[in-house]
Write a protein that binds this ligand. Structure first.
Ligand SMILES: [Mg+2]
Length: 113
């Protein structure tokens, strides 16, 4: 499905259900995705379920972008932030600083092992 085809579907969904409901669904989908990620931290994640929830979030975020007309701004910010991340990684490597250990994950792994 092309970008334009998806935009048409989003327009129909927003017309039918309204912006407020679609924004509410966006928030719900983010929570569902958070729940799936938490399952991985707790040691019982499922990649099929995670893929489904990530897809739901992406679909709803595209609708958020459509509703607010922020496609270009989001693309600009995404590029800027990925470049910033790359610079941080490069700087981090140069300084030979060990990565920050996710202590809370290690503790959880030990607790639930
Ligand atoms: Mg969902």
């Amino acid at each position: 499905m092309t970008h334009d085809q998806r935009q048409q579907v989003y327009r129909k969904a927003i017309d039918q259900y309204g912006e407020a409901l679609q924004l509410t669904v966006a928030i719900e989908e983010m929570a569902e995705c958070q729940k799936e990620l938490c399952k991985f931290i707790r040691g019982n994640g499922n990649t099929d379920n995670l893929a489904e929830e990530v897809a739901d979030v992406l679909i709803m975020m595209e609708q958020v972008m459509y509703i607010f007309g922020i496609d270009d701004a989001v693309n600009r910010e995404t590029n800027r932030k990925v470049e910033r991340l790359e610079n941080r990684i490069t700087k981090h490597k140069r300084e030979c600083t060990p990565p920050v250990a996710p202590d809370f994950l290690c503790e959880l792994e030990e607790e639930y092992a």
